[in-house]
Write a protein that binds this ligand. Structure first.
Ligand SMILES: [Zn+2]
Length: 279
């Protein structure tokens, strides 16, 4: 995988891929014997192994295109998610204002418009999780930082671009997660519960309680936006189902998010970003 990333022509893409490969390596379970209680460690080790396998598939997919383009997609998604969550949090806190009576609040909570907003929030929660995983692959941590520091052949302009994109993506990830926490608190204060969902059990993470389970997950095509496994089009009853959009396969939820919120986002013109893969 490292050899392939070193063959990538664009210096920025090559370094971005090398950082991802370093992140992948630090996710792989250690080769040396476990010092602690093996039985206790096994579930965590299996999770790491599953995640490392998934990261390797995502990196493989990106190496055929452009790591920087993908990083741009993650950056824009997270920036848009942060803004959306902030807007939702403001609406929810408005409902808690002292001039609202409980009767008025109940009327809104029962309204179809509010219920449909909640369905949207549920989808955004899942997209935040997906894009958080994508950011974990490409944002330099520990070994990835070392790769970046040693990238001596990178022009100063390219190095600055890459550092800027990493810093913005990291900041937007924190903002989006913080804003999501405020949304969760706002919902709890209104006694509104979203359907329970365990990310580890979802198809994208090869969870066992979903359709297809682990075997199908390891060979399933990847979504072009989040690079996580997707179920074939027309599969019913699972949020990980894909569709074809402009010749690329992606989760239906990711495609809708793209068309509704990303393609017209102001940050694109602010940063001069042309998004792939659906530009
Ligand atoms: Zn997706």
């Amino acid at each position: 995988m490292l050899q392939r990333s070193q063959c990538v022509v664009s210096a920025v893409d090559r370094i971005a891929l090398c950082v991802a490969v370093a992140n992948f390596r630090s996710t792989c379970p250690p080769k040396e014997p476990i010092a602690g209680n093996l039985l206790e460690e096994i579930p965590g080790l299996l999770r790491r192994q599953r995640r490392a396998r998934q990261m390797s598939r995502s990196i493989e997919a990106v190496s055929a295109s452009s790591a920087l383009s993908f990083l741009h997609g993650v950056l824009v998604s997270l920036s848009v998610l942060a803004e959306l969550f902030r807007g939702i949090a403001t609406s929810l806190s408005g409902m808690q204002a002292p001039d609202w009576s409980q009767e008025e609040r109940n009327l809104v909570l029962e309204a179809e418009e509010f219920k449909s907003m909640l369905k949207g929030v549920e989808v955004l929660r899942r997209i935040l999780w997906r894009m958080g995983l994508a950011a974990d692959i490409f944002l330099p941590v520990a070994d990835g930082e070392a790769v970046l520091a040693e990238a001596g052949d990178l022009l100063a302009r390219d190095a600055n671009l890459l550092r800027d994109r990493y810093s913005r993506t990291g900041a937007y990830l924190s903002e989006a997660r913080s804003a999501w926490a405020v949304v969760e608190r706002g919902l709890a204060e209104l006694n509104v519960e979203l359907p329970r969902w365990d990310p580890e059990e979802s198809f994208e993470a090869a969870g066992s309680s979903c359709q297809g389970a682990a075997g199908a997950n390891s060979t399933a095509p990847l979504c072009s936006l989040c690079l996580l496994p997707a179920l074939p089009p027309f599969t019913t009853g699972d949020a990980a189902v894909a569709s074809l959009w402009k010749g690329s396969l992606c989760h239906v939820q990711c495609a809708n998010f793209w068309t509704r919120h990303m393609q017209g986002a102001k940050i694109l013109s602010d940063l001069g970003i042309v998004l792939q893969p659906f530009a």
